[in-house]
Design a protein around this ligand. Structure first.
Ligand code: GLV
Ligand code: MN
Ligand code: MN
Length: 436
């Protein structure tokens, strides 16, 4: 039996929320047109498209009476002050505007636009301009690099905001050999000032993000929204298998050291080992054979490995077991293998108080099928993984039909966006009502 919704704190008529949801959908379409690739969505860190979406987001922030700035790492921020003069810090709401290659139009983007609609619903006009009737300011942040599409290292924007920027990243290069440092300069940012993007924990009340689920759980359970309990721990590797390139016809089987066959066995081992371990997901998403000719046995294969799990310990045990399997596979085939770790992030657990206010926010929004809204552990990465270093993190998931994401068919319904806007606004109001 459906539980009844809690009494709402938000005084907004349903048609205002429906209009807000329509605006989010229309703006997702508008941002989807800002792309480096005709006919598909591609918007990477420090590109001309990044600059264009920041300008649009800044315009939309200023329309709401927010003060705006682009920080030293290219994140676009807007801030609206509280009605009270007291310095209660700022609650950050947001997500990211960068995309994967051939992306959908909602991953990250919907979260930024939902945050702007929450500001629209909460703000009040005062003699001093637009304010929020809360004990803290609200900042909406559009992170510049969550996906890591361009430089292989994810969460660059949010790491800068968290003050965990690593100078070793400056020499990372994109597919055209442009270094991160050079890309900063070309974008008009000063690499020596990236530290200025760092936020201090004492300035922040917390970070709340709405995001599409990027998986099928809500769709399968016919629930529009969920509370996120934690964000997956992740490790990414670039692996190389080396054998010997030789004539495809002249080399008998007992003389072949085929790197492609060894790497293929390794990819199958990833599936076998990960599927055998609770909540670990392993993906080989890039796979290149060299020299790459029909009549030459592949002498070298380079491939990627993305490992995710709810807990760091089980993720690391899987990697250890995989490493032993790869030793055995390559030993048997006369191949060598090596791995370079390119990304590592511990699991981030959403703060109990923020999980609570999101749960109450969802319950005050709509009847849920059971007493409690679903609680989901996020297998996808999010900016909160970086922000968790300096502040409490909470996340709200929106149903993602068929769970398809990182794909042009990615979707969310306007009705669910309306629920998400209302739930996030209610969560903010419930957080404001908590003793601090
Ligand atoms: C980002 O979407 C990731 O989880 O890779
Ligand atoms: Mn995302
Ligand atoms: Mn993504």
């Amino acid at each position: 039996m459906a539980a009844s919704p809690l009494a709402p704190l938000l005084k907004a008529p349903p048609d205002a929320i429906a209009a807000a949801a329509r605006r989010v959908m229309a703006r997702c379409d508008e941002l989807a047109r800002v792309s480096a690739a005709p006919g598909r969505i591609e918007r990477v860190y420090l590109s001309p498209e990044h600059a264009r979406v920041n300008r649009l987001a800044a315009e939309w922030m200023r329309e709401l009476g927010m003060t705006t700035w682009q920080d030293a790492a290219g994140n676009q921020v807007g801030r609206i002050e509280p009605v009270t003069a007291a310095d209660g810090g700022a609650l950050m709401l947001g997500s990211h505007l960068d995309t994967v290659l051939d992306a959908g139009r909602y991953d990250g983007i919907a979260g930024v636009l939902i945050a702007l609609e929450v500001v629209r619903l909460l703000r009040v006009q005062t003699d001093a301009g637009w304010r929020v009737p809360l004990p803290f300011a609200i900042e909406v942040i559009a992170f510049s690099d969550e996906e890591g599409t361009r430089f292989g290292k994810a969460l660059l924007g949010s790491s800068a905001a968290a003050g965990t920027w690593n100078d070793a990243w400056w020499t990372l290069t994109d597919a055209h050999g442009v270094s991160l440092r050079q890309a900063f300069l070309e974008f008009g940012l000063d690499p020596s000032r990236v530290g200025e993007a760092a936020r201090r924990p004492e300035e922040l009340v917390g970070y709340l993000e709405a995001h599409i689920e990027q998986g099928p759980e809500l769709d399968r359970s016919a629930e529009p929204l969920a509370v996120v309990s934690s964000i997956a721990s992740a490790r990414r590797f670039q692996l190389v298998v080396e054998g010997e390139a030789r004539h495809a016809g002249g080399t008998p089987y007992d003389m072949r050291r085929d790197a492609l066959l060894g790497a293929s066995e390794a990819a199958l081992a990833v599936e076998r080992v990960c599927a055998g371990e609770h909540h670990i997901i392993g993906t080989v998403g890039q796979f290149d054979a060299f020299p790459g000719a029909v009549n030459i046995i592949p002498g070298e294969v380079r491939f990627s490995l993305d490992l995710r799990g709810e807990y760091d310990g089980s993720r690391d045990r899987v990697w250890d077991e995989l490493s032993r399997d790869l030793d055995a596979i390559m030993g048997r085939r006369g191949l060598r293998w090596s791995a370079r770790e390119v990304h590592s992030a511990p699991a981030v657990f959403c703060a109990p108080l923020l999980q609570d206010v999101i749960r109450v926010g969802i319950r005050s929004t709509l009847p849920v099928r059971s007493d409690e809204p679903p609680v989901i552990f996020s297998r996808a990465g999010h900016d909160g993984m970086a922000l968790g270093a300096i502040t409490d993190v909470g996340m709200l998931f929106l149903r993602n039909p068929d769970g398809i994401s990182h794909h042009p068919d990615e979707a969310v319904s306007a009705g669910d966006v309306a629920h998400g806007i209302r739930a996030l606004a209610e969560s903010v109001l419930h957080l404001a009502a908590e003793p601090r």
